[in-house]
Design a protein around this ligand. Sequence first.
Ligand SMILES: Cc1cc2nc3c(=O)[nH]c(=O)nc-3n(C[C@H](O)[C@H](O)[C@H](O)COP(=O)(O)OP(=O)(O)OC[C@H]3O[C@@H](n4cnc5c(N)ncnc54)[C@H](O)[C@@H]3O)c2cc1C
Length: 577
Amino acid sequence: AVYDANTDALPLSTLHDYVIVGGGVAGSVLANRLTEDANVSVLLLEAGPFHKGVIETEVPFYFWLGIPSTYQWNYTTVPQSSANNRIIDYPRGHILGGSSAINGLVYDRAASSDFDKLANMTGDSGWGWDSMLSYYEKLETFGPPADGHNITGQFDPAVHGFSGPLGVSLPGYSQTLDALVLESLNNSTYPYNEDSNNGDELGFAWQVSTIHNGTRTTAATAYLADNYLARPNLDVVVNAFVTRVLASNGSDIDTVEFHAVDNTTNVNAQASREVIMSAGSVNTPHILLNSGIGDNATLSAMNITPVHHLPSVGQNMSDTTVIYVSWEVSSNDTFDPILNNETARAEAFAQWNATRTGRMANGAINLQGLLRMNESDPSVQSIYQQYGESVAGSSDPDFEMLFIDGFTGTSNGTYMSMLFGVLSPMSRGSITLNASDPMGPPLIDPNYFASEYDVLVMRQALLTGFEFLSTGPWPSYLGQPVNGLAEVIDAVGTGDFTAMDELMRNGVQNGAHLVATSSMSPYGADWGVVDPDLRVKGLNGLRVVDASVYPFVPGGATQLPTYCLAERASDVIKASQ
Ligand SMILES: Cc1cc2nc3c(=O)[nH]c(=O)nc-3n(C[C@H](O)[C@H](O)[C@H](O)COP(=O)(O)OP(=O)(O)OC[C@H]3O[C@@H](n4cnc5c(N)ncnc54)[C@H](O)[C@@H]3O)c2cc1C
């Protein structure tokens, strides 16, 4: 059943086997899979509201209209010292379904080499690609696109699933832009990849999105659908803000302290087997630190009683590093009118509402390029000489290049934008407590561009993009570059990167793929927060299952790797019962 902590009497008198903190991607998967066994009971605590009927999270295109404050944590970063001290918005989902309810809908599984690296790093072959691929296939229903077009040649059915909880699909609206990207591929050496989710990500591919029947799918719509919520052994409490985890008997963690969002009186929920942290890469370390699990000296200095010395909690944060650039275009057929013209927007919404088709049924991205730097280029060789390689292996991209059919802010006119992202950045940041208010928002420091390596890879990404757009159909489609991009392109022609680097530092945005703040490491390692079975090192009764356990960003995007991680974690937990 579902309870609202603000208004309902809560089911706390009975002990649950598992108490899960956070009903986002990982927490929803776990709540579902663990309660498949009718003898196992789960209490899921989510700070945000119930998800049903929230139209902003149902219409795929609404991603471009901005995330309402009710459904996100409204975080910002600390001033980014390598990004001209900018403070950057840092949204995280605050609703049942978590960030899957507000994200860019992009479906990327990462490369086989990412998972094989993880298996090597942790000494657990269960995290390797062959094992994870079976979970990827289990978790999805690969369905038809919203426009019903023939998808032969746009994906490989052999590596997809057709009966799992999460509905996904290929682009459901054909953009003028798509044909141009494909035309320029035909005349170039850039490879087309029929399915970038088969372990080899490299090349240009049709983008799969978390959309089913023209509607966004989230961890809640998929894993907490009515038939699952009806299980007598599953209790879900929304509007429940978790503050700490505790050991009621002084040793094993077995208690979760929380309060209703509208009422600051704390209550406790008890687990007879385990407490599982699934509050995401920002809030899991935040709650652990407030619980006294972290670096002893730092916690003591903040008057928090240290419970368990684990210095890696909140450290090693890694996030993809992204910028957007835009050009005016000659076409009127972009999504800009929907953003900027109320009549066009109302019409597109009416179409979605009536038939679940049209631009509003479509994901954010139709085609993506996942690419490596050009190893024969001397400037790339010098990057490797100085920094080594950051990516996991030869099927892993250094950067992404996504095509966007409009301008991503308020504007007049019509545009094409591109998102460039450094996928395996070397910069590392942190999540730490704010000394003046530890329970308040944590200090979020992704430390964008702190490593010069990330700057150099981003340069290569932009140069590749400019080259890609210099031939084929582009010169007649693209008009003026906007927001300082023209100067950057001119200066690059003379070998001067000053303007480009400045554009990056002024433009870097929230990459949204943060990981590693509760990193996995081998048993007995002197770094990391959890063992390969996701138990918090040195503590009984406590696991972390969410994106924060990935030690590095899996190449691409993080929601699918998190769904997959939680699917495997459910089996690991079941096997340990
Ligand atoms: C704006 C944005 C765009 C993104 N775009 C993409 C994309 O296009 N493709 C992609 O693959 N990935 C994308 N991501 C990343 C992806 O959504 C995340 O990697 C994924 O959701 C991580 O899952 P999680 O379970 O770790 O955390 P979340 O899904 O964030 O879930 C954490 C949950 O815990 C809850 N919680 C936190 N603290 C507490 C507390 N104290 N008490 C109770 N509950 C709490 C939260 O409210 C939330 O519901 C995006 C993320 C954002 C924010």
